[in-house]
Design a binder for this molecule. Structure first.
Ligand code: HEM
Length: 241
C-alpha cells in the first residue's frame, strides 16, 4: 500500500487491484462508494491461495497416478504431446489443440474431483424438490456421488475411460449438468480456465521428458475427507526419456 501511495503502483495484478479498491472511497463522479475492506482483501488472498493451488495440484497428482495405472493412455497422451510440440517449449495455441490430454484431464476430474461436494446454506425458508427447508440449513450437492452415478454415466462409471469425453462434456453422459468439477452457477470456479492451462502445461512437460509408473509402495486409497487426495501419498517412479 505504501508503494502504491508513493506512485510505484503495481495494480496490474490481483493484489494491486484489491488494494486499489480498498483505498478508493469515491468513484470518478465523486459519489461515495465503499471499496473492499482490508479483511476482505486478506480473505480473498487466502481463498485464491487455497482454491488455486491445492485443487490444481490434486488434479495433477491424480492424473499421474491414473496414467501410471493406464500406460496405454499415458502413451496415447504422450504421442499427442510430441506430435504437437515435439520436445520444444510449449505455446498457447498448441495447448488448445490437445484433444487426448483434455479428455484425460476431464476423466480424472470426473473420477477424482478435488472438490467432492458443493455446500450452500439456506438464508430463508425455501422449497427444493418438494421439501421445505428452514433458514440456516446446510445443503450439500454431492459432486463425487454424481460423478460416480451409474444411471448418469453408464455401467462403466467406475472405469477410467477418457474416450467418453471424445465429443465434449455435453455428450459424455446422459445429463450434461452432472459434470461439476468446477461447480456451477454464479459461484462457478473463477480459475477453471487457468487451472486447465496450468494442468495441461505441467502434464505436457512431464510427458515430453518422462515415462512414469507407480512405485511398489503406492497404495490406492482415495480420501475425500476435505479435498480428494491419495491418503498415503503418490509414490511414482519417473524415467527420463
Ligand atoms: C483443478 C483445479 C480447480 C478445481 C477442481 C476448482 C474447483 C472449484 C469449485 C468446485 C468451486 C465452486 C465452489 C462452490 O461453488 O462452493 C471453485 C470456486 C473458486 N475457485 Fe476454483 N478450482 C480449481 C482451480 C482454481 C484456480 C487455479 C483458481 C484461482 C487462481 C481458483 C479460484 C477459485 C475461486 C476464487 C473460487 C470462488 C468463486 C466464487 O465464490 O465466486 N480455482 N473452484
Amino acid at each position: 500500500m505504501q508503494a502504491m501511495q508513493e506512485g510505484e503502483n503495481t495494480k496490474d495484478d490481483l493484489l494491486g487491484l484489491m488494494l486499489e479498491s480498498n483505498m478508493r472511497t469515491s468513484d470518478e463522479d465523486g459519489q461515495s462508494i465503499s471499496g473492499m475492506t482490508i479483511k476482505e482483501v486478506v480473505e480473498e488472498c487466502k481463498l485464491f491461495y487455497f482454491a488455486g493451488t491445492e485443487t490444481t495440484s490434486k488434479l495433477l497428482t491424480w492424473t499421474m497416478i491414473v496414467l501410471s495405472m493406464h500406460p496405454e493412455w499415458q502413451d496415447r497422451a504422450r504421442e499427442e504431446v510430441l506430435g504437437v510440440f515435439g520436445k520444444s517449449n510449449l505455446e498457447y495455441e498448441g495447448l488448445n489443440r490437445l484433444k487426448r490430454v483434455t479428455m484425460v484431464l476431464y476423466e480424472v476430474l470426473r473420477l477424482y474431483p478435488p472438490a467432492v461436494g458443493l455446500i450452500r446454506k439456506t438464508y430463508k425458508e425455501i422449497e427444493i424438490g418438494g421439501v421445505t427447508y428452514p433458514a440456516g440449513v446446510l445443503i450439500e450437492l454431492p459432486v463425487l456421488l454424481m460423478h460416480h452415478d451409474q444411471d448418469i454415466w453408464g455401467s462403466d462409471v467406475h472405469e477410467f475411460k477418457p474416450e467418453r469425453f471424445a465429443n465434449g462434456i455435453s455428450k459424455a453422459s446422459k445429463n450434461p449438468g452432472a459434470f461439476l468439477p468446477f461447480g456451477w452457477g454464479p459461484r462457478i470456479c473463477i480459475g477453471q480456465q487457468l487451472a486447465l492451462i496450468e494442468a495441461k502445461m505441467a502434464l505436457c512437460m512431464i510427458l515430453q521428458h518422462f515415462e512414469f509408473e507407480l512405485a511398489p509402495s503406492y497404495t490406492h486409497a482415495p480420501d475425500n475427507g476435505n479435498m480428494m487426495r491419495p491418503m498415503h501419498g503418490a509414490q511414482i517412479k519417473l524415467r527420463a526419456i
